[in-house]
Write a protein that binds this ligand. Structure first.
Ligand code: AMP
Ligand code: GLY
Length: 422
């Protein structure tokens, strides 16, 4: 079978490595992929947002099955366009990907169907938003409606900060069209949990839970990033909470999308906060998380391609989705200066014994050398019986990898360890 994976990050590398475990897979094309994936996939320089280019490539190369991993091509209708040419895909159609593509849509969906989330107001008018902020409680949370590379959320401690965020989104158009509409919502507190799930519109099958570490620096200091590391499972997410989430969030969301004529088939990501009033949805993503995927998929015992095809065919209920009863830790190694500005082009050394556990996010091959080519450069994962062991092994593997200007957090998993001790 010839597969195509759209995307280029560590998440895509983890998906590709897992898909390669199926002996029926003869070739995987990564569009565009990156130089660090060359051993696992054929990288083809077509951008993830070049929908026509992707479709033409898939048709010309008789691709049997495609996995569309990033948010932008999903929201742009990449799955719809591939399906039109008869190519089956993993990933939601555009009318369902809107659950991530528009925060106004997802908040209104949750309100309409009684799914627990932060209280909110939506605005398309600058003055109305500013007037509302005169009396809104602080801290408050300002969110651009559309996709903003994970940067469209501002937690404002004061009203002035909140107003500045609104002005930068709605007047200065910091996120372009994504900020024309905004959501202003209640600030919630509690541990965060990422739950990725497979859903075919008939059933929801949650994957093992995970915990992201979004801030750039140790002890959750510094700027927000795409994610500096993950652990799985998340110790805050107990069996009781999981059962509650299925009842109050997961099934109601699937049913709501069906009722709206927007059946979601793919990976539905629930970003949850375990508040004193129970679990609430912070965000939905229409795709696998990055770097959550780098800890979740190594724990997947079942064959990924089989599960994905069951999602596409609507037969997920008949598919046995099993996870190892183990723990995983992924430490992201980034370029100094990320997420603001950083140098690229440093030679990378990844020893052969570490390579199987490395998911490369930002690298390029030049004259046979692997060079850094991004903010997040790679993630190093370990799977062990216990969380402390997984953390230890992940860091010992990190110590074998080197490249210029590398930095990483030293405390991935420490909060989870504290939770286990509580
Ligand atoms: P998002 O881009 O939607 O994932 O939001 C980024 C981060 O902002 C989340 O992971 C949370 O830590 C935080 N956040 C978003 N919404 C809220 C909220 N209503 N209350 C508190 N924190 C929030
Ligand atoms: N790690 C968060 C995300 O993928 O959105």
């Amino acid at each position: 079978m010839k597969l195509l994976v759209v995307g280029s990050g560590g998440r895509e590398h983890a998906i590709i490595k897992k898909l390669n475990e199926n002996p029926a897979v003869t070739e995987i094309f990564a569009l565009p992929g990156n130089g660090g994936m060359a051993a696992d996939a054929t990288c083809v320089n077509i951008k993830a947002t070049d929908i026509d280019g992707i479709v033409n490539f898939a048709v010309e190369n008789a691709v049997d099955y495609a996995v569309v991993a990033p948010d932008d091509p999903l929201v742009l209708g990449c799955v719809d366009a591939l399906n039109e040419k008869g190519i089956p895909c993993f990933g939601p159609k555009a009318n369902a990907a809107i659950i991530e593509g528009s925060k106004v849509f997802s908040k209104d969906l949750m309100k309409k169907y009684g799914i627990p989330t932060a209280r909110y107001e939506t605005f398309n008018d600058l003055n109305a938003a500013l007037a509302y902020l005169e009396t809104a409680p602080v801290p408050t949370v300002i969110k651009a409606d559309g996709l903003a590379l994970g940067k469209g959320v501002v937690i404002a401690e004061t009203r002035d900060e909140a107003k500045a965020a609104v002005v930068s989104m709605m007047q200065d158009k910091k996120f372009g069209k994504s900020g024309e509409n905004i959501v202003i919502e209640e600030f919630l507190t509690g541990p965060e949990v990422s739950v990725l799930s497979f859903t075919d519109g008939n059933v929801v099958v949650p994957m093992v839970s995970s915990m992201d570490h979004k801030r750039a620096g140790d002890n959750d200091t510094g700027l927000n990033t795409g994610g500096m590391g993950t652990i799985a499972p998340n110790p805050y997410y107990t069996a009781d909470i999981a059962a509650e989430c299925m009842e109050t969030i997961f099934l109601p969301t699937m049913n709501a999308m069906n009722a709206e004529g927007r059946t979601f088939q793919g990976c539905l990501y629930f970003g949850l906060m375990l508040t004193p009033d129970g679990p609430k949805v912070i965000e939905y993503n229409c795709r696998f998380g990055d770097p959550e995927t780098q800890v979740v998929l190594p724990l997947l015992k079942s064959d990924l391609l089989t599960v994905m095809q069951a999602v596409t065919n609507g037969t997920l209920a008949d598919c046995d989705v099993k996870f190892y009863d183990k723990n995983a830790c992924c430490v992201v190694m980034a370029s100094e200066g990320y997420p603001v500005s950083y140098e690229k082009g440093f030679e990378m050394t990844i020893p052969a014994e570490t390579a199987p556990y490395v998911y490369v996010a930002g690298a390029t091959l030049k004259d046979g050398k692997l060079l850094t080519n991004g903010g997040r450069v790679l993630g190093v994962t370990a799977v062990e019986d216990t969380l402390p062991a997984a953390i230890k092994t992940a860091y010992s593997r990190v110590s074998t990898v080197s490249f210029g200007n590398a930095f990483f957090r030293h405390d991935i998993g420490q909060r989870a360890l504290r939770a286990l001790e509580e």
